[in-house]
Design a protein around this ligand. Structure first.
Ligand code: FES
Length: 103
């Protein structure tokens, strides 16, 4: 496991899905804020590798714009296909910077 810096906390707006490219990480990292809580995960949908940035947040899930699959914001579990899971990352805040732990 290693910890990487993704963005500044103030870059993340409530309900907005933003992705950040990080040196050494192949897929941009998506960060959002829901009810004040920061959430981070891979920016790609595990269904067919479409960017989740154009999706939305609804009822505690991130919803992909392509086929509407939804993934739990905390566990990554997919409510449409239990074989799929969105990769979520543990967040650490330090001095206004957002860090995530990669496996
Ligand atoms: S690519 Fe995301 S639901 Fe199909």
């Amino acid at each position: 496991m290693f910890r990487i810096r993704v963005c500044e906390e103030e870059d993340v707006v409530e309900g907005e899905l933003k992705s950040f490219s990080v040196d050494g990480v192949d897929v941009p990292i998506l960060v959002t804020r829901v009810d004040g809580e920061l959430i981070a995960g891979t920016s790609m949908c595990p269904h067919e590798d479409v960017s989740l940035v154009g999706g939305c947040i609804r009822n505690g899930e991130i919803v992909c714009r392509a086929h509407g699959y939804a993934f739990d914001l905390h566990t990554g579990a997919c409510s449409h296909d239990p074989t799929l899971s969105w990769r979520v990352y543990k967040i650490t805040l330090a001095s206004g910077q957002v860090y995530v732990d990669l496996a």
